[in-house]
Design a protein around this ligand. Structure first.
Ligand code: SF4
Length: 68
């Protein structure tokens, strides 16, 4: 399975914490409750695509983008 790329827009993240709750193997929180990967772009391995899609759906700010 080919890899896909996730990116998180830092300015949109409001720290709701939903993304790392549904994607614990992919995302984590920083000390203030924002997603630690905000502002980053990174490859997602095939076995974690389900968690990545869940994170996109869980974010109420549309801060998470996931595409080939
Ligand atoms: S769910 Fe969205 S707004 Fe909340 S911490 Fe994750 S990226 Fe930020």
């Amino acid at each position: 399975m080919s890899e896909m790329t996730m990116s998180i827009t830092r300015d949109k993240c409001m720290g709701h914490g939903r993304c790392y709750s549904v994607a614990p193997d992919l995302l984590s929180d920083d000390e203030e409750g924002f997603v630690a990967q905000a502002g980053q772009e990174f490859e997602v391995d095939g076995e974690l695509i389900g968690q990545a899609e869940a994170a996109v759906g869980a974010c109420p700010e549309q801060a998470i983008h996931f595409a080939r």
